[in-house]
Design a protein around this ligand. Structure first.
Ligand code: NAP
Ligand code: ZN
Length: 362
């Protein structure tokens, strides 16, 4: 056991501090040094004590935060999964339980909830100066030239998984247009946080006419990102709504029921609604009989999607590598701020123009 500089909380009560914490990192196949760790709403929710499902590792008084990370391998005792010293890797968040999905490498589809999530549920996370892990939970960055944006792999893998579910469900009808493409199809992504922008980039990849929306306008940083990537933003609270013809795919990252129902009502025949955002504190909203008729008569599918597996981390890295060349500095501009590990106020004060704030450990 030794003490390592770590960003700590006490889950589920909350709080945050940066201090030396005693951890046993010996006996692991691979030793890692985090370079960048991303901050997301889940980290802030844990710090605020508003996520009752978060908990410390068994026998530990604290939880090391952090589940979005880009790391460098400092030592590797085996060549498993091709991981060797000097590699850049992304550590996976979920660690399997014993259900069939977990045993099949799909802990993202865990059927009994008996999995753990680094930095969230029962497992120390990646916001510490160094740690150890098994090679089977590390995904190698194939092109280190992509640089800092590799830290977006973890949030993007959720998007890749959600689109895999979309692919499966959309097969129930002919979802594409007459040319077999998505070019005549419209998608809308609700919310303008980092996950929403990643969903919108993926939707553009598919060929959808892609809209992104919120109940207010965008600040300059986000507006510039929207302009440079070719997505269409609109403020749905204004009277001018561009979606008169309806949408074929709606993806929600807000978790707000009344907003979700608003966009459910705008779905076309064979439309699909993907629920992704979570907000247990959002006010309730109601569906009425005509909404149920709308869902049934239009063959609408409503799907929830959580997390992702190794295959989605790998797809995310492929997407980032391609986007890095396609969008250049615009992709880099998703990282709106870099802070030091000591700057723990970033967990309690979200910058208004934030897309993704990262902690720089180098
Ligand atoms: P985020 O930055 O907090 O994004 C949430 C976005 O929703 C913000 O842009 C927020 O807008 C917007 N929003 C809130 N209420 C809204 C409303 N009524 N109408 C329109 N937009 C609204 O979080 P994130 O990191 O991008 O993640 C998005 C959500 O996905 C979070 O709820 C997160 O917990 C969840 N998540 C799910 C998974 C999964 O596997 N399913 C994985 C990771 C995260 P303003 O802040 O500008 O008001
Ligand atoms: Zn399981």
């Amino acid at each position: 056991m030794a003490k390592y500089n770590s960003i700590l909380t006490n889950a589920p009560e909350g709080g945050v501090s940066y201090e030396k914490f005693e951890l046993d990192i010996s006996g692991f196949e691979v030793n890692l040094k985090p370079l960048l760790t991303g901050i997301c709403g889940t980290d802030r929710g844990i710090v605020y004590g508003s996520l009752p499902f978060a908990y410390n590792p068994h026998g530990s008084s604290r939880l090391v935060l952090g589940h979005e990370s880009l790391c460098r391998v400092t030592d590797a005792s085996s060549n498993n999964f091709g991981i060797k010293k000097g590699d850049y890797v992304i550590p996976m968040v979920r660690r399997p339980g014993k259900c069939l999905n977990c045993l099949a490498g799909r802990s993202d589809n865990c059927s009994d909830g008996d999995k753990h999530e680094a930095g969230i549920t029962g497992l120390h996370g990646f916001m510490r100066e160094e740690f150890g892990d098994s090679a089977e939970y590390l995904v190698k960055v194939p092109d280190p030239e992509i640089g800092d944006v590799a830290v977006l792999t973890e949030p993007l893998k959720n998007v890749c998984k959600a689109f895999e579910v979309f692919d499966t469900v959309s097969r129930k009808s002919i979802f594409t247009d007459s040319a077999g493409t998505y070019h005549e199809k419209k998608s809308v992504v609700v919310g303008t946080g980092s996950e929403a922008f990643l969903f919108a980039l993926k939707s553009i990849d598919y060929g959808f006419q892609t809209y992104i929306t919120n109940r207010h306008g965008l600040d300059d940083v986000k507006d510039e990102f929207v302009q440079k990537t070719g997505m269409n933003f609109y403020d749905y609270s204004s009277s001018v709504e561009p979606e008169k013809d309806g949408f074929d795919l709606a993806i929600d990252t807000s978790g707000d029921p009344s907003t979700i129902f608003r966009f459910l009502r705008k779905l076309n025949n064979n439309g699909i609604l993907v629920l992704f955002g979570t907000n247990g504190k959002a006010p309730p909203a109601n569906l009425d009989g005509s909404d149920i008729d709308h869902i049934i008569e239009r063959n609408i599918a409503v799907i929830g999607s959580v997390d992702g597996a190794r295959i989605h981390y790998e797809k995310a890295l492929q997407d980032l590598t391609r986007w890095r060349y396609q969008y250049g500095s615009a992709l880099q501009s998703m990282i709106t701020d870099k802070v030091s590990p000591e700057d723990t106020q970033i967990f309690t004060k979200k910058p208004s123009d934030e897309i993704k704030t990262v902690i720089d450990w180098s």
